[in-house]
Design a protein around this ligand. Structure first.
Ligand SMILES: NC(=O)c1ccc[n+]([C@@H]2O[C@H](COP(=O)([O-])OP(=O)(O)OC[C@H]3O[C@@H](n4cnc5c(N)ncnc54)[C@H](OP(=O)(O)O)[C@@H]3O)[C@@H](O)[C@H]2O)c1
Length: 182
């Protein structure tokens, strides 16, 4: 099973190019719970956006897609020049694509499952050209679960003020699966 997991604003934004536009501990816990024990695949920019002390992500083989040579920058990761064939990855029936925008867009037609955290903010105006977007969800996917809106206890935005967003942050977890072909 190949899945993709991301958190996005209501207007489909996942990052500002160098990091996530929020700090949402409940989403990080959700991400950890879903991906731990399984290989994760990410683009080089997402790898370098992780704070050094968090990489490689523990309990997961970290594949990093890049056209560059492995080096000090990639210590702890398995550097790959092409998307690894998920069926050839060791010992795991699940593999998770974990960003960023380029890699989600390049793999959305291959994945079977989407785990999406919807964060109740609009960020387009605040981020402008820096915004990195989630891919469009293809019509072949159907939503199979959705929580109610939850309220974060310690979540905060990381894009400065003036987003007009209501705090505390609200979020909900959605799961989509590719519908069986009729
Ligand atoms: N909200 C979320 O859930 C979430 C999750 C992950 C990331 N993000 C955010 O997304 C942003 C980063 O996304 P991004 O779109 O800028 O970059 P990205 O997808 O993380 O990485 C892009 C890089 O991956 C490599 N790459 C991509 N496709 C490749 C291919 N087919 N073959 C070989 N290499 C390939 C290239 O590296 P080289 O240039 O080295 O060749 C490319 O520059 C950050 O703001 C991050 O915080 C958000």
């Amino acid at each position: 099973m190949l899945g993709a997991i991301w958190a996005q604003s209501l207007d489909g934004i996942i990052g500002d190019g160098s990091g996530m536009p929020w700090h949402l501990p409940e989403d990080l816990a959700h991400f950890r719970e879903i991906t731990t024990g399984h290989p994760v695949i990410m683009g080089r920019r997402t790898w370098t956006s992780l704070p050094e002390r968090f990489r490689p992500l523990p309990g997961r083989i970290n594949y990093v897609l890049t056209t560059r040579e492995a080096g000090d920058w990639s210590e702890g990761a398995r550097v790959v020049g092409d998307l690894p064939d998920p069926t050839l990855l060791p010992d795991s029936p699940e593999v998770w694509i974990m960003g960023g925008g380029q890699v989600y867009a390049a793999t959305i037609d291959e994945v079977d499952v989407l785990e999406i955290t919807l964060v109740g903010v609009q960020l387009g105006e605040a981020l402008g050209d820096r915004a990195v977007h989630a891919p469009e969800i293809p019509a072949e996917f159907g939503m199979v679960s959705d929580t109610d809106w939850l309220t974060s206890e310690r979540g905060r935005l990381a894009v400065g003020e003036n987003t007009g967003s209501e705090l505390p942050l609200k979020y909900r977890f959605l799961r989509y699966e590719r519908k069986e072909a009729a």
